[in-house]
Design a protein around this ligand. Structure first.
Ligand SMILES: Nc1ncnc2c1ncn2[C@@H]1O[C@H](COP(=O)(O)OP(=O)(O)O)[C@@H](O)[C@H]1O
Ligand SMILES: [Mg+2]
Length: 394
């Protein structure tokens, strides 16, 4: 079974570096590895210091790399749809050049990547695929969409709607437009079937896991907390966090003294938000993280000499589900002693949970924004927080 490791997180935190370092280490260990980037602003080439591009390329023993090129994917995978959009544009007297641009849906790089994954799995092409994904809200939405195929259909439908609106806007009245041909519909249908297969792979915790890369910085932590909640809400497994750009403890002079103190506060925020997820750390280097030597050093800093393809956890410590007429948020709190459980909300969607000396700060998904907090119980090292289903007014 092919292992799939997905690195994600806010821009600039070090996803590409972490993904490249992981892939290099795995290849060196003998795993047949593919490093794949779905970030439209590809930097895998820079990081690995090899020109990669939209076609798989072998760059080292056991190591292939691929940077999804969405135009190339459109011309192959989405040919029917692209051609239909082109026909549509022409029928409306619009430029066919913009058809390509129109047919690109947000998140499509990731979809294309996942379709590649399906192919590789069928051919047993790799032992591990390491994915470097874009830090967009769309990636997150796509990864955590309860029904990925629905995601796709919704986007295609949105595209058609956009086309019609655009036609009306530019022409001022409707001209006849071509209806999707049977070939287009068939292609959509095939896409749907594939999406269902993709979903099976994405939601298999023994195979696919998500690694969140963060920095000890307020904005990064806050944004990633939200991402974490949504990934948990939809049952994806966040198995570990990589805290990159840590300042070393002995940096404590002058400007760095204050920075270090700030970092301590941020580390506390990180623990409050993500414990007990497994955490790895990497230090801020004085120079950029580029090329094989630096990446191999990074792999050592993060993983020591352990195998980075290990599944560190098959379940996120936080889960959301429904039980009868209640919504439940369950939170694993190993080592928490039975004691007073205190719950309070700081903002609309922020929940603070205090159990003894353990404090958790959770960004609630929007569905729980107005839900009434009913209470909590601690059992088997797990805190179950109950919410009413009915929305409270005011
Ligand atoms: N620990 C680090 N020390 C020094 N430079 C780093 C470190 N981690 C990442 N970088 C550099 O920061 C920039 C952004 O890193 P990158 O891995 O591309 O982030 P992302 O993929 O999340 O946008 C790159 O120039 C990279 O070389
Ligand atoms: Mg990147």
């Amino acid at each position: 079974m092919m292992r799939i490791i997905i690195y994600t997180g806010k821009g600039g935190v070090g996803k590409t570096s972490a993904a490249a370092a992981t892939a290099r280490r795995l290849a060196a260990m003998g795993y047949r590895t593919l490093a794949m980037s779905t970030d439209a602003a590809h930097s895998l080439s820079d990081s690995l210091d090899v020109k990669i591009g939209g076609t798989r390329k072998n760059i080292e023993k056991n190591l292939d790399a691929l940077e999804i090129d969405i135009i190339q994917e459109m011309e192959t995978r989405w040919k029917e749809i692209e051609e239909y959009v082109k026909l549509f544009m022409l029928s409306q007297g619009m430029d066919e050049l913009s058809a390509k641009e129109m047919a690109i849906l947000p998140g499509m790089e990731l979809i294309a990547a996942l379709f590649h994954v399906l192919d590789y799995e069928k051919n047993n092409a790799y032992d591990v695929i390491v994915m470097d994904t874009a830090p967009t809200a769309e990636t997150l939405r796509l990864l955590s969409f309860p029904d990925v195929s629905q995601w796709y259909m919704t986007r295609i439908y949105g595209l058609f709607k956009k086309l019609v609106a655009l036609a009306k806007f530019t022409i001022g009245r409707f001209l006849d437009f071509p209806l999707p041909s049977p070939a287009v519909l068939k292609s959509l249908e095939e896409m749907n079937i594939k999406m269902a297969e993709v979903k099976n792979i994405l939601q298999d915790p023994k195979r696919t896991t998500i690694r969140l890369v963060i920095n000890p910085e307020r904005m990064v932590i806050n944004e990633t907390k939200r991402a974490y909640s949504y990934l948990c809400l939809y049952g994806l497994t966040v198995e570990c966090i990589i805290v990159n750009r840590m300042l070393p403890d002995d940096a404590g002079i002058g400007y760095f003294k204050e920075k270090l103190e700030e970092q301590k506060r941020y580390m506390e925020m990180i623990h409050n938000a993500f414990d007990p997820i497994r955490m790895f750390f990497a230090y801020q280097l004085p120079t950029e993280m580029m090329g094989s030597e630096k990446l191999d050093e990074l792999a050592i800093t993060i993983f020591g000499d352990s195998d980075p393809s290990i599944v560190y956890a098959t379940e996120s410590p936080m889960r959301f589900y429904s039980e009868g007429d209640k919504h439940i948020l369950s939170l694993r709190l190993p080592f928490a002693i039975k004691g007073e459980v205190e719950l309070y909300r700081s903002h609309d969607t922020s929940l603070i949970v205090q159990v003894g000396s353990h404090k958790r700060n959770i960004d609630l998904p929007l569905v729980l924004k107005n839900a009434e907090l009913l209470g909590a119980e601690l059992k088997d090292e797990t805190l179950k927080i109950k919410f009413g289903r009915e929305k409270k007014n005011g």
